[in-house]
Structures are given as C-alpha cells and as structure tokens.
Design a protein around this ligand. Sequence first.
Ligand code: PEP
Ligand code: MG
Length: 551
Amino acid sequence: MTELRGVGIGLGVAQGPVARMAEPAPAPSDAPSALTAGEETARVTDAVTAVARELEERGAAAGGAAQEVLEAQAMMAEDPTLADEVNTRLAQGKTGEWAVFDAFASFRNQLSAMGGYLGERAADLDDVAQRVIARLRGVAAPGVPDPGYPFVLVAKDLAPADTALLDLDKVLALITTDGGPTSHTAILAREKSIVAIVGATGATGLREGEMVIVDAAAGVVTTEPTTEELDRAQNRAADRAAAASAPITDGALADGTPVPLLANLGNPEGAAEAVALGAEGVGLFRTEFLFLSSSQAPTIEQQRESYTKLLSAFPGKKVVVRVLDAGADKPLAFLNDAHEENPALGLRGIRALRASEDILREQLTALAEADAATEADLWVMAPMVATVEESRYFVDIARDYGIKTAGVMVEVPSSALLADRILADADFASIGTNDLTQYTLAADRLLGSVATFQDPWHPAVLRLIREVGEAGRINGKPVGICGEAAADPLLAVVLVGLGATSLSMAPTAIADVRATLLEHTIDQARAIADAALAADGAASARFAAQQAANR
Ligand code: PEP
Ligand code: MG
C-alpha cells in the first residue's frame, strides 16, 4: 500500500479502478500554411463559432454553476482580443492550428502569472484552445474516457466542459495532478458532491485499471489497498450516505448543548440549497465573490438587491455578512490596483477598505437598507483584522450606519492573541481558519508545494483558537468558526471543545458534522480538544483526537 497526497474536496471516500484521461493532442507545427490567410481565417472563425455554441449547449444541459462556467468559456473562445491575436499570426502565413495554439498560449501565460482565482482560469483557456484545434484537425475533442465500467477518473486537470457533464453513475471519484482548491474542477466537484482530490502531483504514476481508494477527507489516494482498507472505506461511504439521509435537526452535542450549523455562501442563489440541507442561517457570506470580475466598485443599488435577496431567504435567522475581503487569493480590480510582492501580507481585507473608505461606507449603507427591508438577523463583520484599533474602527463605523451586530474575523495570529481586548468591544468574533492557518504556519494557502503546512489541526492553530474561545467566554460574546476546519466532523468537535459557539461551512458538509457532534457531550468535546492540543503536530493531533473520541 502506498499513499499519494493532494487537496481533498469535501469529505467523501470512494474506491474503484483508475481510468486516465487522454493526454492533450501534440502541439501543432509552425510550418507555413498551404492555404491563403483568408481561407485560414474562415476555417478558424467556423471552428471557434462551433466550439462556442457547443460549450453553450453543454452549459444549458448541465445548468447551475456549470452553466456559468461554460458560458464564460464560450465567451473566452469568441473574445475579440484573442481573435486579433490569432489573425495577426494568420496574416504571417501560419496555419489556423498553430495561430490558435500560440495566441491562446500567450494569454494563458498571462493568466497563470496573475495567480489565485484568475490563475486557475488558465486551465479553462487551455481547454478552449484544445477544442478549437481538434475541430480544425477534424478529430474528436479531448474528453472523459469510457472504459465500460465505473471508474476513478485521473486527469491533469479537468476542463469545466468535461466536469459539467460527468456521468455520476460511472465516475466514482476524481483525481487531478494540477489545480488547487479554487480551481473549477474543485468548485464543480463540491457542487455535485463528487469525491475529489486535486493537486495530487504523484497521481501521474497511477496505472490504467489499478484499484485505488480516494479519501477526500484526508486528501489521500491509497494505491494497492488491502481488503481491510477497502472494507473500511466501504463502511465509511455507507455511514456518510446514512448521515445524509438522517432527519434534519438543529446542530447540537449529545447532551443537548446547541451548536448552530450555518452555511458559507458566496452568492444568494445558494440560499435555497443551504436551507434544504439544514443550514440554520449563514455564518459567512463572502460579498467579494459577487464582484470578482467587476472593474468598478458595485453601486449601492446593485448591492442592496443582492443582500436583500440573501436576507429574504432567512427570515428570523442569523445571517453574517462579511464586508469585501479584497486581495491575495481574491483580488478586486477596484480595490487592489497596486502591484505587491506579497499580496497576502499587503493592503488586503479591512486595510484595503480603509484605504478606500467610500467603498466601505457604500457597502454598509446597502447592508443597512437590505436589513431594514427584511426579517433576517443581520450581523456584519470585517475580514483580516490585525489590531484592536482596526477592530474598533470597524465596529464604530458599522454602528454609525445602524448595523446592530458588528464583529470581526480572527484570521491573523495577532488578533487571536488579543481577542480578549477585541471582544471587549466587538459584538462577536468569527475565526477564519483558512487564513489563520496560512499566517500561523507561514504557508501560502494557494501553493501546492507547502500544502501540507496548511492544516488547521496544527496545535499552534488550535491554541490560538482556544485563546479566542476563552476570550468569548470571559466577555460573554459568541465565537463562530467559518473556515474549512468547521467542515471536518472530528475537528468540529474539537473546535466546540475549544469554545466555538457556532460552526459555518459549505452546506454539503452540514449532515456529516451534525451526525458527529451528536456523538459527544461538551465534556467529551473538551477532553478531545485537550488531547489534540497536547500533540506536537497536525497529524499527531488528529490521531490523538481520534483516539480520545473512540474512548
Ligand atoms: C478563512 O480565511 O478561513 C475564511 C473563512 O475566509 P476566506 O476563506 O474567504 O479567506
Ligand atoms: Mg480569510
């Protein structure tokens, strides 16, 4: 048995034989074309149009987030700037295949260099180029294999067009060697609840037909599994299926201690599904996701409309909205215009908003108006707060706009360490474990090469969380968790043991977390947390917690 590591998407586990996606077709040669430039232009225009229409049709068949992604790809195919670049190459006497290959590649490299969300769109552009070139060559576009039995699909990265139409009866799980947690493969796998591990660089060595276990919760692919390992994985998959169909109840521990289970959302469109999956409200609404592609700040009206839609879906329930968290992995053109060597350590989150205070004031105006028009219990928080002074600044300005409950995210170690002073004034804290882990372990959360450091089980992170939990208890203020850590069922128990009073996560994770919380009392949760805190590292903390939980 050997193990390959990557970034797990969701908490599922699956097993099956590997089927590999065909490698992309070889690059075209740059020899001169036998056709005239006019003839080549006509061929390319036809191929581009056909590919764009096909992507739109696939989008319409898939619906949901997949449709948006495929329509964005269709627009990339017909982008006029790209067409100009292709035409320049055709005018030099090149073939259509080479002109498309070279022009798309130069755009791809520009996108990749931007990193983060935009960098991860590079795979989408590659896929468009491959489709156009296949059409020019008169061959089938690269796609998902069909070995004739259910399989674990292994690919470099999946194009949205392929992920959107995956036959879920045949594809048991996905493994990609490229891509990070914000790639489209990851986003769509999450939406469709496909067991997936992305960025598993070692998966290039997996052989066609070999049996593997894909454990997304652990981010591990097990090759040559033993019969016991296969049985254990099978039982876990059955337990998950049972948890998913268990009746929806409010989140609570075995002794009845309530632990509200809330949803992380980036768009009001996700609200109905979150409610259906049992979300008791929203613990993190990422407002910047609404405006990632905008070049200008959104108007008050645009914002009011989105926030009203969101709040209307949760009458009488708590909805925590985060003001724009621009920078690093979520750059917004209208807030982050200066080049920074280390954007994660730059003018981001509340710092960027403070530097453009009008944008913050407009957002608070829109939120207060949406609040007045709806019945939800609106809480508003600031991202990336690093000092007590920043916390006071935000709480004061939010109160000036009539926001009744104003708090801060604890994502920077300094604010965890001074949480007692922050919570003397702020109404609540919400711990963002993704960034808190990144800053505690000094490991870029988007970088595959340091992904093993990005583990919220690390006792250094747990100690900081304990500080915040304790500060909440002393000040009588709620402390939520809204990073990915809350979606890990056993870690969720630990977080409650450390003093978290609510947990917010991707809605698809709620059923698993609910089931695991119900297995432990508050005293047991504290004992499990103590066991994890006493460990030296992330893996041993997880192991110690497992042992304590099974006692
Ligand atoms: C976090 O950092 O944990 C968090 C919830 O915020 P985001 O992932 O949007 O940075
Ligand atoms: Mg964050």
